[in-house]
Every structure is written in structure tokens, then in C-alpha cells.
Design a protein around this ligand. Structure first.
Ligand code: MN3
Length: 202
């Protein structure tokens, strides 16, 4: 069965003014749809067809550029939409709060470290918060559409929070002001979903 573009759990304009509607619409209906279509084309007729995206990326041949770029793009954007929410976002709490404070000291210091990873990723890529088996969390960043599920990529573990820092994610609204886009992201994070992913992954 082919991969399908996931539906957003909210309207394109629901994250305004932090994420503008026009960018959200193009990002989801054009960019993410493109990765989805290209991933399906890349795996059609191969032994990857029918496998889960986590299975495909976790066992990826990193020389397979089409699956690396488009499978990563499919997975990364699916996670990105889910960790944002216009309402009912909750707040950093529980075991995830404890794990983040153990590693980074406080929520503010965590935000500073995550923002730095996102701001200093040269060119296109992603910033991540990952969880390792046992519950330890780690911030890292990856180029292009790579992600920590892929063999040998960055911090490893399971990504539970991701921020797209490709220019297509912010340029219409923020132009070259990537730091402003990064700080806006922290206004729309769906902590309930991040915590759910933390509990599942640790
Ligand atoms: Mn993108």
C-alpha cells in the first residue's frame, strides 16, 4: 500500500501568526505531497514496498538517495505537523520535563540549546529532540531530509520533536530571519503530543 499525505489536524491558518497560512498550505500540499509521491515512486516494485516508514528509514541504504531524501521528507514533515497545535497544547510536564531538566537544567536552557541547533544548521535541514532507550533526551540537527532514525545519522534515538529549517518553511513570512521563526515555533508546540511520543519511545 502506498504512503499517503497525512491530513493536518488543524486548518492552514490555525497557527497564525506564528506559522502563516500561505506557507502552511504550500508546505503541506506541495512540498510534503511531493516527498510522498516521490517516495512511492522510489519504492514501487522494490522490497521496500509495504514496509513501515520507520522500518524503511531504520534499515536504509544511505546511498539510496531517492529513498533517503523522500522517505526522510515524508517522515519528517508528518512528525512536524503533529508536534504543533493551535490549541490544547498542554505544557512541558511529567517525565519529559524531568528528562529535559536532567540534561539541560531548565526549560529555558533547553529552548536555548534547541534554538541554537536550529539556527546553526547551515543551509537546509532539521533540529531534533531525540529520546534514547531508557529515557535520556538529546538535541541534534541533521542536513537536508536526514533524520535520527537513519543509520549513523547524528544523535540517533527516536525523534520526538522536530523543526524544519529549510527556507521553504519560513521564507514567505520571515524572509532571512530564521531566529524569529525558531522562536515562534515555541508558541505552537503541542507538548501533549511530544510527551506521548516520549512515553512511547523511551
Ligand atoms: Mn519542509
Amino acid at each position: 500500500m502506498a504512503f499517503e499525505l497525512p491530513k493536518l489536524g488543524y486548518a492552514y491558518d490555525a497557527l497564525e501568526p506564528h506559522m502563516d497560512a500561505r506557507t502552511m498550505e504550500i508546505h503541506h500540499s506541495k512540498h510534503h505531497q511531493g516527498y510522498t509521491n516521490n517516495l512511492n515512486n522510489a519504492i514501487a516494485g522494490t522490497d521496500l514496498e509495504g514496509k513501515s516508514i520507520e522500518d524503511i528509514l531504520g534499515n536504509l541504504d544511505m546511498n539510496n538517495g531517492a529513498v533517503r531524501n523522500n522517505g526522510g521528507g515524508f517522515y519528517n514533515h508528518s512528525l512536524f505537523w503533529d508536534v504543533m497545535n493551535p490549541e490544547d497544547r498542554g505544557y512541558l510536564s511529567g517525565d519529559l520535563k524531568d528528562a529535559i531538566e536532567a540534561e539541560y537544567g531548565s526549560k529555558d536552557e533547553f529552548i536555548a540549546a534547541f534554538s541554537k541547533a536550529a539556527a546553526t544548521r547551515f543551509g537546509s535541514g532539521w533540529a531534533w529532540l531525540c529520546v534514547h532507550k531508557g529515557g535520556k533526551v538529546e538535541i541534534c540537527s541533521t542536513p537536508n531530509q536526514d533524520n535520527p532514525l537513519m543509520p549513523g545519522v547524528s544523535c540517533g534515538g527516536t525523534p520526538i520533536l522536530g523543526l524544519d529549517v529549510w527556507e521553504h518553511a519560513y521564507y514567505l513570512n520571515y524572509q532571512n530571519r530564521r531566529p524569529d521563526y525558531i522562536s515562534a515555533f515555541f508558541n505552537v508546540i503541542n507538548w501533549n503530543e511530544v510527551e506521548r511520543r516520549y512515553a512511547e519511545a523511551k
